[in-house]
Design a binder for this molecule. Structure first.
Ligand SMILES: Nc1ncnc2c1ncn2[C@@H]1O[C@H](COP(=O)(O)OP(=O)(O)OP(=O)(O)O)[C@@H](O)[C@H]1O
Ligand SMILES: [Mg+2]
Length: 474
């Protein structure tokens, strides 16, 4: 059970909890320990001392009162940017305008059967993602997806490159190289889907996400590539110009490797891979639902999967190459994925040839898991704050959780599941109350919750160790 001496006390005034419900933003997510005492700074003291002792409060809490939200909670994806003086789009457009008259307004040429005529968009709107630098996108993505900086940079670069190629082709009429598509390889829960969707959101590009396992080839019942493009079109507000410039995300593509049956014939993989070529190379796809033709030339496709067994294929190749020259361990460390590795794994050459960017994601380290935990806590803290409850969590509890999660095989997915159970008992009580109080998790995950009901006297609850994920009614 929690030790009552470890309940939150204000380190400035010594009070156990704030007396009045507070409108102060969260400032005590991290446990504060000063001279061996454990507690937080109460809202009254922050109010009283802020003007005079801002630096003092900042030194104690690690963040100042006014900038708390920005420091604890990552900036939302749609945070507005300050546009550069003249954007790349404007520079290109003005340079090219001098050479030849170009249409400034792109109108929706096709008729949409089931939707009203979409609003016309300008070239600038269509390629608005190029108005911001790659670096500004990287900052947003890295503040959300942890421990995958190299992969994030590569994904951002490839999409930016494709968008630039789309713009140049539109402005000059020149045929540029075909678009680069991306393959993300990484263990489950390392952030493949999260990275792809975070990048698409940051760049404000329409995207559609689907699971390759649900896709079947023509003639079979099941989802088709057409359905994927239809949902992209829908997600782009039924604007074909935007949709054709968008992103298709296809999860679990490794499940569509060629799997010969007993007679050496491929059962499903090859046919689906061939079907997927429709979006990997320029083609016109008729979308029945909307009675439009969707050209896939400008799309960026992000394929992903865990590719279980690919390491064996790579090791085999490396072993063949270096046999007699390098030690076995050195071979195992080489993780570069070549097109041949993908072909040997079960992908047809036409498919592999269209994916130049093969990007491996890192396995999550303990430090990365701790970052993910803190980012989740700052989000969940908002639930406590809406009820004026200060949340205090012992670092050692977070450390134990991170170690535990490292042992699981589901990666960051586990963090979310655990936190749902960890906070459930306390939040249940807090939602029942009129709010006000303190909720403290000690190093073992034991919880002490002091709920200050506005109309009644203080109520105190103590929960069993939440590491056991138990919730017992009092
Ligand atoms: N590197 C990371 N940084 C921050 N959060 C992450 C990271 N990796 C995963 N997460 C969190 O875990 C959740 C699950 O991750 P995600 O779906 O991206 O995994 P995945 O690699 O696609 O796994 P799978 O192969 O099972 O589809 C995400 O919604 C995200 O919130
Ligand atoms: Mg996924």
């Amino acid at each position: 059970m929690a030790n009552s001496k470890r309940r939150a006390r204000c380190l400035l005034c010594g009070q156990l909890v704030p007396k009045e419900p507070s409108t102060i933003l969260p400032y005590a997510v991290k446990p504060l320990t000063i001279d061996g005492k454990h507690g937080c700074i109460c809202s009254i003291c922050v109010d009283d001392h802020y003007a005079k002792h801002n630096s003092n409060v900042k030194a104690l809490t690690g963040f100042s009162k006014r900038s708390t939200l920005n420091e604890i909670i990552p900036l939302p994806v749609d945070t507005p940017f300050t546009p550069p003086m003249q954007s790349p789009t404007e520079l290109l457009a003005s340079a090219l305008k001098k050479l030849a008259p170009i249409p400034v307004v792109v109108s929706h040429a096709q008729t949409v059967k089931t939707n009203p005529k979409p609003k016309e968009i300008t070239v600038k709107e269509k390629f608005a993602c190029l108005d911001n630098s790659l670096d500004s996108y990287f900052k947003i993505v890295a503040s959300k997806v942890f421990g995958q900086d190299e992969a994030a940079q590569m994904v951002l670069y490839t999409i930016y490159y494709n968008q630039m190629a789309n713009l140049l082709e539109f402005l000059t009429g020149e045929d540029l190289d075909r678009r680069n598509h991306i393959l993300l390889i990484g263990n489950t829960g390392t952030g493949k889907t999260f990275l792809a969707t975070t990048v698409a959101k940051a760049m404000k590009l329409p995207y559609a996400i689907s699971n390759a396992t649900s896709i079947t080839s023509a003639g079979y019942i099941g989802a088709k590539v057409e359905n994927l493009l239809e949902s992209l079109y829908r997600n782009a507000g039924c604007n074909l110009d935007l949709a054709e410039n968008g992103i298709v995300i296809l999860d679990e593509v490794d499940k569509k490797r060629v799997t010969p049956d007993g007679n050496g014939r491929d059962v499903t993989g090859r046919a689906v891979q061939e079907e997927l070529l429709k979006i990997l190379e320029p083609s016109d796809v008729y979308l029945k639902e909307f009675d439009i033709t969707f050209n896939t030339r400008n799309l960026t496709v992000i394929l992903m999967g865990a590719f279980v067994g690919l390491d064996e294929v790579i090791k085999k190749r490396m072993h063949k190459k270096v046999i007699g020259f390098r030690a076995e361990e050195e071979v195992a460390q080489d993780i570069e994925v070549t097109p041949d590795d993908l072909i040997n794994y079960g992908f047809i050459p036409e498919f592999v040839g269209r994916i130049p960017a093969v990007i491996s994601l890192n396995n999550l380290t303990k430090d990365v898991i701790i970052d993910i935990i803190y980012s989740l806590i700052s989000k969940l803290n908002l639930f406590f704050k809406t009820k004026d409850v200060d949340l205090i969590i012992d670092d050692r509890f977070i450390d134990t959780l991170a170690e535990d999660i490292m042992k699981s095989s589901t990666g960051a997915r586990d963090v979310y599941k655990r936190f749902f159970y960890i906070f459930q008992p306390a939040l249940y009580r807090i939602f029942q109350s009129n709010g006000g109080g303190v909720c403290e998790y000690d190093e073992h995950g034991n919880t002490t919750l002091i709920v200050g009901d506005k109309n009644a006297k203080m109520q105190t609850y103590e929960f069993e160790s939440l590491l056991k994920l138990s919730f017992e009614e009092e």
